[in-house]
Design a protein around this ligand. Structure first.
Ligand code: SAM
Length: 285
């Protein structure tokens, strides 16, 4: 594992006691000025295994299913969807839920490490054999094949794209892999609230009670740097592009989606007057 990361340039930290190395793990690398890291390609380095494992172990999947409810499943069923491409598989939460609900599901992600974890999680949560494809959204059609009734891009994933060109390219690739009457379901954090409320009155989002605290540590129109604090006092970060709701809707329209419905979701955290997430459902026909 350490070797692989050294190859890709990620820092490897060795934890040692009395001179004997007990473990070696890659750590997140944001350089001297973290708020300068605004690069679409950086996502594979941000999701280091220790962060991903911690997230998965604390955010119990049953609790997460409960808090998310059956919104996605119900909506896909109502529209007669059979075949789904999960383009942001991550550790597999949504792919497994889709398989469990009976959808024919293919699981894609740009990070091989995430897919490995997702595959293991599929076996662990109900003996599912995930059909995984490693593919970056910008070149999705090169590596993933077939036509789908629905593409899902969930868990605030689209935020990882840092240029409008990349966003347009990714949406165009999603559009191309949908059947003539297919739909794209894409969610995002409510960045309007973060941007408009400003850094000074930042809001801490708690996941599953107080287990994980997520708060914006730095905010401007081109970057939200989120800080994830865990009960063992470890801290991780993700750099995200703050997508304004209407901007995402406009981009979807401009690449050809005909109708976009946006839902507000109050279920992920403590209830506030504003939704923490938006879910866009974009129709091709
Ligand atoms: N849907 C899952 C969930 O909610 O648990 C995972 C979401 S995770 C926040 C975002 C995922 O998007 C990561 O696994 C990351 O590797 C992937 N990702 C980010 N940018 C990508 C890109 N350009 N192409 C493909 N995958 C990408």
């Amino acid at each position: 594992l350490g070797m692989r990361h050294a190859d890709t340039g990620a820092v490897v930290r060795c934890l040692s006691t009395g001179g004997s190395v007990i473990s070696a793990q890659p750590v997140q690398k944001f350089g001297n000025n973290p708020v300068d890291v605004r690069d679409t390609d950086h996502y594979t380095e941000e999701y280091v295994p220790s962060f991903v494992e911690k997230w998965d172990s604390l955010i119990d999947w049953d609790r997460r299913s409960e808090s998310e409810g059956t919104f996605f499943i119900d909506m896909l069923r109502e529209r007669g969807v059979k075949k789904v491409l999960d383009v942001a598989t991550g550790t597999g939460f949504h792919s497994v839920r889709l398989l469990e609900a009976g959808f024919e599901t293919v699981s894609a992600d740009g990070s091989g490490e995430m897919l490995a974890q997702a595959f293991a999680n599929g076996l662990k949560h109900g003996d599912h054999i995930l059909r995984v494809v490693q593919a970056d959204w910008r070149w999705l059609n090169r590596d993933a094949h077939g036509e789908y009734d629905a593409i899902v891009c969930l868990g605030n994933s689209f935020t990882h794209l840092f240029s409008e060109r990349d966003r347009r390219k990714a949406l165009a690739e999603f559009y191309a892999m949908l059947k003539h009457d297919g739909i794209l379901v894409l969610d995002q954090r409510n960045y309007d609230a973060i941007l408009d409320r400003g850094y000074s009155s930042k809001h801490v989002y708690y996941y599953c009670g107080e287990d994980v605290a997520v708060e914006p540590e730095y905010v401007d129109e081109g970057l939200v740097r989120m800080r994830y604090s865990f009960p063992d006092e470890s801290v991780y970060h993700l750099n995200m592009f703050p997508l304004r709701k209407d901007y995402t809707r406009r981009l979807m329209q401009e690449v050809g989606f005909q109708r976009i419905e946006t839902y507000g979701d109050f279920q992920h955290t403590y209830r506030t007057e504003r939704p923490d997430f938006f879910i866009h459902v974009a129709e091709k026909e």
